[in-house]
Design a protein around this ligand. Structure first.
Ligand SMILES: Nc1ncnc2c1ncn2[C@@H]1O[C@H](COP(=O)(O)OP(=O)(O)OP(=O)(O)O)[C@@H](O)[C@H]1O
Length: 233
């Protein structure tokens, strides 16, 4: 499998807080790579480095062999952030149409609206959508540019069981189409369902990596999480 994300020994501090402290990991095309770790472990900071919203103070980070902010890289990645406070009055479908115009070869908006069950709230202003409806629109926004690499920051947090399964189906479909999927989750069931490769992150670095069955060989994935994380910052 082609390595798409290659992070070596990344460090980034905010004042005295070491958000990343020697983080090393990789992610491949056609695979779901899950980052598990306690609140504040550095997962979102890592994603922000990959999307060029933050810059590591040291270490090396390449996406498709290039630096994160390069125009070629930016055109090939999608991001579903945890929260998108920026959107307010724009209707869900208008937002997707706007985002689609930013890409050379976008997916048809109608196809994504159907795939993610957005039709019933397509004309609702973004700020009036429920949390789960916003998540569906955010996922559509991440996929609309046909990315080769997509970052999903807690894609199913707060979703009802049916919406969660729909999200999982979409993630699998995207992975099976050859996309590199990097996701964070606190849901061990989700990680076990989706992840081809898991990195358990604590205090800014990867503590242990492997497949779900590797990590759960002495118990459950949650046991591995609890063994390899302290939760102390
Ligand atoms: N812009 C910032 N300024 C100051 N501190 C920050 C900033 N961004 C992140 N941090 C700190 O860096 C650490 C890592 O945060 P990060 O958001 O990466 O964690 P996370 O693993 O994504 O957590 P969660 O599971 O809660 O989403 C935390 O201590 C956080 O408070």
């Amino acid at each position: 499998m082609e390595t798409v994300v290659d992070a070596q020994d990344l460090s980034l501090a905010f004042g005295a807080t070491k958000a990343l402290d020697g983080l090393t990991l990789s992610a491949s095309a056609g695979a779901v790579t899950a980052l598990l770790g306690p609140n504040g472990a550095g997962k979102t900071t890592f994603i922000r480095c990959c999307t060029a919203l933050e810059r590591p103070h040291s270490g090396s980070l390449t996406l498709f062999g290039q630096s994160p902010g390069s125009p070629d890289v930016l055109s090939r990645i999608g991001l579903m952030p945890q929260a998108t406070g920026a959107w307010s009055g724009i209707r869900a479908e208008e937002l997707l149409r706007y985002l689609s115009r930013l890409y050379a070869d976008p997916q048809p908006v109608e196809a994504l609206v159907d795939l993610l069950g957005i039709a019933p709230f397509a004309r609702t202003p973004y700020r009036r959508l429920s949390g789960g409806q916003q998540q569906a629109v955010n996922l559509a926004g991440a996929l609309i540019g046909r990315p080769s690499l997509v970052f999903l920051d807690e894609p199913s947090a707060g979703l009802d069981p049916r919406a969660r399964r729909l999200t999982w189906d979409v993630v699998r479909r995207v992975r099976d189409a050859g996309v590199a999927v990097v996701l964070t989750t606190h849901d061990m069931v989700e990680a076990a369902e989706l992840a081809d490769h898991v990195h358990i992150v604590d205090r800014g670095r990867v503590q242990v990596s492997g497949s779900v069955s590797d990590l759960a060989s002495h118990g459950s994935l949650e046991d591995a999480f609890l063994t390899h994380t302290s939760g102390d910052r």
